[in-house]
Ligand binder design. Structure first.
Ligand code: UGA
Length: 451
């Protein structure tokens, strides 16, 4: 089979390379000539484990091509995937569909045969329907079928997520579309992946509902972490205790500084806007968005408190600035709120991040970038972990203790064993670890009922 993938961002590039791995002939198209030139030289514009090898292998085999020319890429294709960005529209939080519609118009202009156009980009409910109308208007001479095939891959484990997904969602309107998508995903039958065929609207909504539910799950455990700190409970054990209940599940219950990234913040707000436009209140999601925003600022207070309120003129080592490990992505990272706030309080910030520097240099002016964690924490008055990169887990805390000026460790990802950190001489503050924190607060005095 042959497909064209329009857009070489995370979703497009990973999906394109993975479809090539399934044996499909893929042409990835992007307007950004410098990106295509880079890919043609075997260089990958994003950091994603395993992607460089996968792309190299299929380029060499001739199954994966890159081009700036949409016309030839879609000619003869069994399906044309739209995988361009749908960022938040400035000002109102609606998904910005201008790239999607620009791609659709170009597809319509260039098509020479009936075709299936599939949205892989995250698009609001109703977009598939609008695209179908657009195609009917621009090309009444051609049967252009539309389908929705949202992607659930996570940055950092994107290839594994594509190759071994929990499920594949296909929103289709015709038997032909169903047959084409079933054929493209046939290799997943071997691992018995459920492939769910729905209407286009349902598929579009499943994507948003998934991200909103996960954002809600994280926000739930984050708020419980606050309570744990006050009552002397351990959020890690609470998460394990509730997660073992099959109805709840163990994943996405790691308390931290708030969710970030290119998806959850944008998709939660976009779903709210869609619901508003249809006169439906999604109060839970609305609260999730507000709690998560406030949480990033709360983390600043947590750091300042751990430093005894003295931040001006102090040196803070920040370990990790990307929104999560195994990516160089800084979009909506909690660090973009926390670091400038600490700078505004007069702190000097030294950062180490294994992959974040290139993006981070543009977004975090005034910080000192360091080549390794020990360089970052030399002479520091506090060490703050913002991203749970694996290299931090193995940090030699005795060595770190000898290098810092003041042994204050604020671990916003619960990377370290608190007992070990305390033994190494650090005053330790985690997230929701009231039971084990060095600064264990006394459980609150009995209230109302017990009086
Ligand atoms: C997310 C979804 O997990 C993917 O399924 C989806 O395809 C993708 O969005 C998308 O819509 O394109 P991603 O943004 O790459 O993927 O990252 P996640 O691993 O989901 O993490 C998102 C944020 O939640 C990060 O800031 C992470 O630190 C935070 N998080 C995650 C927690 O704070 N606690 C957790 O337990 C899990």
């Amino acid at each position: 089979m042959r497909i064209a993938m329009i857009g070489t961002g995370y979703v497009g590039l990973v999906s394109g390379a993975c479809f090539a791995e399934f044996g499909v002939e893929v042409t990835c198209v992007d307007k950004a000539a410098e990106k295509i030139a880079m890919l043609e030289q075997g260089r990958i514009p994003i950091y994603e484990p395993g992607l460089e090898d996968l792309v190299a292998r299929h380029r060499a085999a001739g199954r994966l091509r890159f081009s700036t020319e949409l016309g030839p890429a879609i000619d003869g294709a069994d399906a044309v995937f739209i995988a361009v960005g749908t960022p938040s529209r400035r000002g109102d939080g609606h998904a910005d569909l201008s790239y999607v519609f620009a791609a659709a118009e170009e597809i319509a202009r260039n098509l020479r045969h009936p075709a299936l156009v599939v949205t892989k980009s995250t698009v609001p409910v109703g977009t598939g329907r609008r695209l179908a109308r657009l195609f009917r208007r621009l090309r009444p001479d051609l049967a252009i079928d539309v389908a929705s095939n949202p992607e659930f891959l996570r940055e950092g484990s994107a290839i594994e997520d594509f190759m071994r997904p929990d499920r594949v969602i296909c929103g289709v309107e015709t038997e032909e579309a169903r047959a084409t998508l079933a054929a493209l995903y046939r290799p997943l039958n071997l691992i018995e992946t459920p492939i769910l065929f729905t209407t286009i609207e349902t598929a579009e909504l499943i994507k948003y509902a998934t991200n909103c539910f996960l954002a809600m799950k994280i926000t739930f455990i984050n708020e419980l972490a606050d309570l744990c700190e006050v009552v002397g409970a351990d959020v890690q054990q609470v998460a394990r205790g509730i997660g073992l209940d099959g109805r709840i599940g163990r994943k996405f219950l790691h308390a931290g500084p708030g969710y970030g990234g290119s998806c959850f913040p944008k998709d939660t707000v976009a779903l709210l806007r869609t619901a508003e436009a249809h006169g439906v209140a999604l109060r839970l999601i609305d609260t999730v968005v507000q709690v998560n925003e406030a949480r990033k600022r709360r983390m600043v207070k947590k750091i300042v408190d751990a430093m005894g309120g003295e931040v001006a003129g102090r040196r803070i080592a920040v370990l990790g600035v990307t929104f999560k490990p195994n990516t160089d992505d800084m979009r909506e990272s909690p660090s973009l709120v926390i670091v400038p706030a600490l700078q505004a309080e007069g702190a000097e910030i030294r950062v180490f991040d294994p992959e974040g520097r290139r993006e981070g240099e543009k977004l975090l002016p005034g910080v000192v970038w360091c080549g390794d964690p020990y360089e970052a924490l030399t002479g520091a008055d506090a060490v703050v972990v913002l991203t749970e990169w694996n290299v931090f887990r193995g940090l030699d805390l005795e060595r770190a203790r000898a290098l810092v000026r003041r042994p204050v460790l604020v671990d916003l990802r619960n990377v370290f064993d608190p007992e070990r950190a305390i033994r190494a001489g650090f005053a330790y503050t985690g997230v929701g670890r009231g039971a084990v924190s060095a600064h264990r607060p006394e459980p609150r005095a009995a209230t109302g009922d017990e009086r």
